[in-house]
Design a protein around this ligand. Structure first.
Ligand code: 5RP
Length: 232
C-alpha cells in the first residue's frame, strides 16, 4: 500500500468508528470512503454495532455496501440521516469543499447536506488555502445543454472541459445519465456565490462546491511510519 492509500485507509477506519448502533448513515463515494464502507460492514459483521442502514450516494457506494453487508434504505423511507461520511477533492480552511472527482457530487450533496453530522475523510494532500488551486471544479450538466453551459461558464471567466471516460470511448456519463464539465477558475474568491451562480445556469444540475455543509474534517497524515488522524 502507498503512503496515500494508508492515509485513506486509516481515516476511513476512524470515520467508520464513529458510526453508532440504530443509525442511518450516508455512504459517500470515492476511494477513501470505500475504506469507511468496508469498516462499517466489518463492525456490523462483528456485532460491534447493530441496526445500521446506509443510504448510498452512487452506484459505487451501492455496490460496496452490498459487498460488505450493509443494509440499504432510501430517502423515501427515512425521516433523518444521522451521519454521512464522504471524501473530498479539496478542503479549504473554512471546511468548504470541492467534490465530484468521481462525478457523484449531485447525489452526494443531497445526502451530505441532509445529514445531522457530515464527516469528510481526506488525506492531507487535499488541504488547500484556496478552493480551485489544485482541482478543476466539476459541474453536472444535462446532455442537450452542454454547449450553452460551456459558453456561459466561459463568460464567468472559467475554462471548461468535458470530462472524458477512461477505458470507455466518449464522455463520462453520471449515475443520473448526465455529463460533467470540469472548470478551471483562476481564483475562486467567493465559493458561496459561485456555487449559486453556476447552479443558476439553465441546464446545470449541480456543481461540486460544498459550502457550509461539512461539520468535521478527518485528515490522515503520515508521521514517520505511522498515520495520525487530525480533526478540523
Ligand atoms: C466523488 C467525490 C469523492 O468523494 C472525491 O472525489 C474524493 O475521492 P477519493 O477519496 O477517491 O480521493 O467527490 O464524486
Amino acid at each position: 500500500m502507498t503512503p496515500q492509500d494508508l492515509m485513506k485507509q486509516e481515516v476511513g477506519k476512524a470515520a467508520a468508528a464513529r458510526v453508532q448502533s440504530n443509525s442511518i448513515v450516508g455512504l459517500g463515494t470515492g476511494s477513501t470512503t470505500a475504506f469507511a464502507i468496508e469498516y462499517i460492514g466489518k463492525r456490523l459483521a462483528a456485532g460491534e454495532i447493530t441496526n445500521v442502514k446506509g443510504i448510498p450516494t452512487s452506484f459505487q457506494a451501492t455496490v460496496l455496501a452490498r459487498q460488505y453487508g450493509i443494509p440499504l434504505t432510501t430517502l423515501d423511507e427515512v425521516d433523518r440521516i444521522d451521519i454521512a461520511i464522504d471524501g473530498a477533492d479539496e478542503v479549504d480552511p473554512n471546511k468548504n469543499l470541492i467534490k465530484g472527482g468521481g462525478a457523484a457530487h449531485t447525489q452526494e450533496k443531497v445526502i451530505d447536506a441532509l445529514a445531522a453530522q457530515f464527516i469528510v475523510v481526506v488525506d492531507n494532500t487535499k488541504l488547500v488555502d484556496k478552493l480551485g488551486s489544485t482541482f478543476l471544479l466539476p459541474v453536472e450538466v444535462i446532455p442537450m445543454a452542454v454547449t450553452p453551459v460551456m459558453k456561459a461558464i466561459e463568460k464567468l471567466g472559467g475554462k471548461p472541459q468535458l470530462r472524458m471516460g477512461i477505458k470507455k470511448a466518449g464522455p463520462v456519463v453520471t449515475d443520473q445519465g448526465n455529463l460533467v464539465i470540469d472548470v478551471k477558475f483562476d481564483s475562486i474568491d467567493n465559493p458561496a456565490e459561485l456555487e449559486k451562480t453556476l447552479n443558476n445556469i439553465p441546464g446545470v444540475l449541480e456543481n461540486g462546491l460544498f459550502v457550509g455543509v461539512a461539520d468535521l474534517i478527518l485528515v490522515g497524515e503520515v508521521k514517520g511510519d505511522q498515520v495520525i488522524i487530525k480533526e478540523m
